[in-house]
Design a protein around this ligand. Structure first.
Ligand code: SF4
Ligand code: SF4
Length: 365
């Protein structure tokens, strides 16, 4: 079977990566890969956004954003940030020309910020035509239909986020909801977070370049499972305090932040492992409750400091009672109701452990 040069290089890169070998240490291989590089342009549209996600991405340190843009995201794949209103050198007609030229090739569309639909989209305009602003909705609709994949970056682009909070005079919605209304079926991946962790963007782009948007397994809310599968609560360094019933009553207390409004029990993301600012810190280690910024309900109907019912936390299945200041217990179902079943739970845990062990053994075999 004949194999193309590009395919050969791709397989070689994959094999080398699996073995932990850096092909780019070898000048000959570097040259060979450079010749086979596939360019993928990216058009980044900033709609109802504060630019926080752009800032977060530009602060990436490992890899640095310069490396992502100048070098290869993966061996043989380079992304070209063809249009980004915040960082591109061009402005005015020249900038818009860059967008229009790029959309004639296969490209990835990134949307940052909510899609503001009120008043015909006039609350958010990008560029001009014949002296009139062009609604961002017009660009997102046109580009969304043409793109080979769409990334909704941040909570606002994913689900409406802060601009869609109650009252919502701008008619802000997320990209997926907008596409649904407009009948656009381009694969769209949500990367919620306020702001996103840069690795979430880079790893998703890498996965798209490698296997196409369909290769990225997403959950029911359109988020890549590789990033958003786990609950913050299940990986939180303060989880021991939660399980022992030790709760912070005021900011600065070194205990679980649940009673101060922590949404970790319902928020999905790998923040505890990835952290922010290149691993320097993250919300909870900074003494602040998780806001649940990766969830479709964010920023939630209640106050930011209100508690959320705990539904799917694992393990243990039971928690001590939690009392608020007015001494009423908080619903922590299914946990507290399961106290009576602790003994059964312990037996169950042992059975589970046993079956895990046997699965591990089978795996090793
Ligand atoms: S409620 Fe919040 S602070 Fe407490 S253990 Fe869960 S995630 Fe951590
Ligand atoms: S810890 Fe919570 S609020 Fe903070 S970034 Fe992660 S999901 Fe958002």
């Amino acid at each position: 079977m004949a194999i193309s040069r590009r395919k050969f290089l791709k397989f070689s890169a994959g094999g080398a990566a699996a073995l932990g070998v850096n092909l780019f240490d070898n000048p000959m291989m570097k040259k060979a890969f450079a010749a086979a590089i596939q360019e993928t342009p990216v058009i980044w549209v900033a709609a109802g956004a504060c630019s926080g996600c752009s800032v977060s991405l530009l602060n990436a340190l490992s890899p640095r954003i310069q490396d992502v843009l100048l070098d290869q995201v993966l061996p043989g794949h380079h992304i070209e940030l063809a249009f980004h209103p915040t960082v591109m050198a061009a402005s005015g007609d020249l900038a818009m020309k860059a967008m229009y030229d790029t959309e004639e090739k296969p490209f990835i569309l990134v949307v940052e910020g909510s899609v503001m639909t009120a008043d015909g989209g006039r609350m958010c305009e990008v560029g001009e035509s014949h002296g009139h602003g062009i609604p961002a909705t017009e660009h997102i609709k046109r580009l969304g239909g043409k793109a080979k994949a769409v990334l909704a970056v941040g909570s606002c682009a994913s689900y409406g986020g802060v601009p869609a909070a109650s009252e919502n005079p701008s008619g802000s919605i997320g990209v997926t909801e907008f596409f649904k209304k407009e009948g656009i079926t381009t694969p769209t991946i949500n990367l919620p977070g306020c702001a996103i962790q840069p690795d979430w963007f880079i790893s998703t782009v890498a996965a798209i370049l490698l296997g196409g948007p369909e290769s990225v397994k997403v959950d029911a809310d359109g988020r890549p499972e590789m990033i958003y599968k786990k609950l913050i609560h299940d990986n939180c360094p303060l989880r021991g305090h939660f399980d022992a019933g030790r709760f912070a009553e005021k900011f600065g207390d070194p205990y679980c932040l649940y009673k101060l409004g922590c949404k970790g029990p319902v928020a999905h993301a790998n923040c505890p492992e990835k952290r922010f600012n290149s691993g320097t810190n993250w919300c909870i280690d900074n003494g602040h409750p998780c806001n649940g910024c990766t969830e479709p309900d964010y920023p939630f109907d209640q106050t930011m400091w209100g508690t959320v019912p705990i539904q799917n936390a694992t393990p243990p299945a039971a928690y001590p009672p939690i009392f608020t200041d007015n001494k009423k217990s908080i619903d922590v179902t299914p946990g507290y109701a399961a106290l009576a079943g602790i003994a059964a739970g312990v037996v169950g845990a042992k059975v589970l452990k046993k079956s895990d062990d046997s699965e591990d053994r089978q795996g090793e075999e």
